[in-house]
Design a binder for this molecule. Structure first.
Ligand SMILES: Nc1ncnc2c1ncn2[C@@H]1O[C@H](COP(=O)(O)OP(=O)(O)OP(=O)(O)O)[C@@H](O)[C@H]1O
Length: 584
């Protein structure tokens, strides 16, 4: 229960509703206890009529009275049971909602490294499956727990007061039932966890097969995939069968134990009645009802224990993530508007997970409004520079200054607000093109959207789609080409109109003619804005105010296009190679 303490704050938050639920549960159970005693009384009426102690009309009147009381209290018990569920189960749903939001908000705060270390499936599982397990503890477990305790506290004293010896014999099978159900629940849980694991294996496998269907078809691997899937499916089926076998024992066992308890009541009660130890046959009927009322709560003790164990394990997994503190924290609360000057002072950066030092003692300055192109071989650290400007990571040593202020002394939201990043792999959501462009500026008008789409040279493509800007992308809709995706992503950044643009090789899938037009438009749009442009092409870099050449995390060359093509080195060679490529 150590881990589950975490949700005590929510139990406190909904304390009033829970207290109300507790009172309602007690009332519901008290009403349900009226039935057995009135069944006993009714049988006694019949006995008295049989003995000629009362006449027919008196017996009829008494029976009618009893029936009405049983009916009335049963209806009230039903009403309060309904209210019990309405209060306690509702609270558990609120707790589930709060906890999911808390986990999701926390995920959002965590750094990119966290997402590298943990698989998406795991993140999804903790926020959905694990939170549901915890809800079972805060809802059903709590409700049935209170219910069981109330029933025990009321029924057992009544039974012992009515017929102590009979009560003892009747209750003997119940703990055995509880232990049996607990053990079966444990086996069921173990086997269903295995089934779940197989199901998630199977769904990951099928999902990957569908995503990579073009590769599978191109390599003619359909049969291999089918074979692997069949093997997985057969194994999953066997595990499901194992679960079904143990599940099948659950209810028959309960019915058997109720039957045994009932036989005990009738046999021992009958003997006691013959010996004159109990006053009427009605007591036997009363006890049979008590046994039936107690069986389910007793069975549930085992089930509740397994719910609590599962919730504890799930909360442990949730807490593992909740206790991770984000390394990049927003320590400056007031907003710090940015102009756009960027300065790297002896910056070294090592990726924690791979231990790769991507940048080694880098220094450069970009004045507000300047465009700087970064060129270099793959893996030379270009994208890392852009990520550091957006403070997606913190430097290992050295310092980054924005507007002459160390990046750590600026409000994180202000930085992200003033950065318009177009990543290497443009990510578009499964939503309309319009909403994808609007991502950075929710209140943008249609005119503004069209204007930026034109600047990104993607307007014409969009207008060719039947639903134009309302065309849905992704799994539910059409798939854009690589170049179209990149241009929609550029339009998104332009609409945000930030002070700093970070373009990470975002024209790689665009032909050189379109590239030229976009670059011209970008130059106009970002005239007074600082722009960092990563590219492999000289054509993208040549008009920049400054070009930085990176090699293995170090600055190899720095200068303008004109100065660099006159100096022997990487840039001059690249220029000539690409010039020859273009001409041939
Ligand atoms: N998230 C990451 N975690 C660990 N290592 C990384 C990560 N991103 C990049 N690296 C490593 O850091 C080095 C620099 O990578 P970076 O992406 O900055 O290079 P790049 O010049 O942008 O390459 P490309 O031109 O291929 O995009 C590479 O060796 C890469 O393997």
């Amino acid at each position: 229960m150590k881990e589950l303490k975490y949700i005590n704050k929510y139990l406190k938050k909904y304390g009033t509703q829970l207290l109300l639920g507790l009172i309602i549960t007690i009332i519901a159970r008290v009403f349900s206890l009226v039935t057995p005693s009135y069944v006993k009384k009714s049988i006694e009426v019949v006995e008295k009529y049989g003995n000629n102690s009362i006449d027919r009309s008196e017996a009829k009147e008494l029976l009618l009275e009893n029936i009405l009381i049983i009916l009335g209290t049963a209806l009230l018990a039903a009403l309060f049971t309904f209210l019990m569920r309405q209060t306690i189960i509702k609270v558990s749903r609120y707790i589930e909602y709060d906890l999911k939001n808390e986990v999701f908000d926390h995920y959002q705060l965590l750094n990119l490294n966290f997402y590298k270390k943990n698989r998406t499936g795991d993140l999804m599982n903790r926020i959905s499956e694990d939170v549901s397990e915890v809800r079972n503890y805060a809802g059903p477990a709590l409700m049935y727990g209170i219910n069981t305790i109330t029933l025990f506290a009321c029924i057992i004293p009544i039974m012992f007061m009515t017929a102590p010896k009979l009560a003892l014999y009747t209750l003997i099978p119940l703990p055995i039932l509880s232990v049996l159900i607990f053990n079966i629940s444990k086996v069921i849980h173990k086997r269903s966890t295995i089934v779940q694991q197989y199901l998630s294996k199977l769904s990951t496998f099928t999902q990957e097969s569908f995503s990579g269907i073009s590769v599978i078809k191109a390599y003619g691997l359909e049969n291999n995939i089918n074979k692997e899937l069949t093997e997985l499916a057969i194994e999953g089926k066997n595990k499901s069968m194992n679960l079904a076998k143990v599940n099948a024992w659950f209810f028959p066992l309960m019915v058997l134990l109720i039957g045994i308890s009932t036989i005990f009541v009738i046999y021992i009660g009958g003997q006691q009645y013959i010996n004159g130890e109990i006053e009427s046959v009605g007591v036997i009927a009363e006890f049979v009802i008590y046994v039936n009322m107690l069986t389910w709560p007793v069975a549930i003790i085992g089930w509740l224990t397994s719910i609590v164990q599962r919730a504890e394990a799930s909360q442990k997994r949730i807490n593992e993530f909740l206790h991770i503190t984000p390394t990049i924290k927003n320590e400056v609360l007031e907003l710090t508007p940015l102009q756009g000057k960027i300065e790297f002072k002896n910056v070294t950066f090592t990726y924690e997970d791979t231990n790769i030092t991507a940048l080694k003692n880098i220094s450069f300055t970009i004045e507000k409004g300047q465009t700087v192109a970064i060129i270099g071989k793959t893996g030379s650290g270009k994208s890392t520079i852009l990520d550091l400007v957006a403070r997606l990571y913190d430097v290992s040593s050295g310092e980054i200054l924005l507007d002459n202020t160390p990046i750590k002394n600026l409000n994180l939201n202000s930085i992200r607000q003033e950065v318009g990043a177009v990543p290497q792999d443009a990510f578009l959501f499964s939503d309309s093109i319009k909403n994808n462009i609007k991502f950075g500026k929710e209140n943008a008008t249609d005119e503004e959207i069209i204007k930026v789409a034109k600047k990104a040279v993607v307007h014409k493509n969009i207008m060719d789609f039947t639903k134009k800007y309302d065309t849905i992308l992704g799994e539910r809709g059409i798939t854009l080409s690589g170049g179209q995706k990149q241009r929609v992503s550029i339009a998104r950044a332009l609409l945000k109109d930030p002070q700093i643009y970070l373009f990470d090789d975002c024209l790689s899938a665009v032909d050189t003619e379109t590239e030229e037009v976009i670059l011209k438009n970008l130059k106009n749009a970002s005239k007074s804005k600082t722009t960092l442009l990563v590219s492999h092409r000289v054509s993208s870099a040549k008009n920049a105010d400054k070009i930085i050449i990176l090699k293995e995390g170090k600055i190899l060359q720095e200068g303008t296009h004109t100065s660099l093509i006159e100096t022997d080195g990487y840039y001059k060679d690249l220029y000539h190679t690409q010039l020859i490529d273009k001409e041939s």
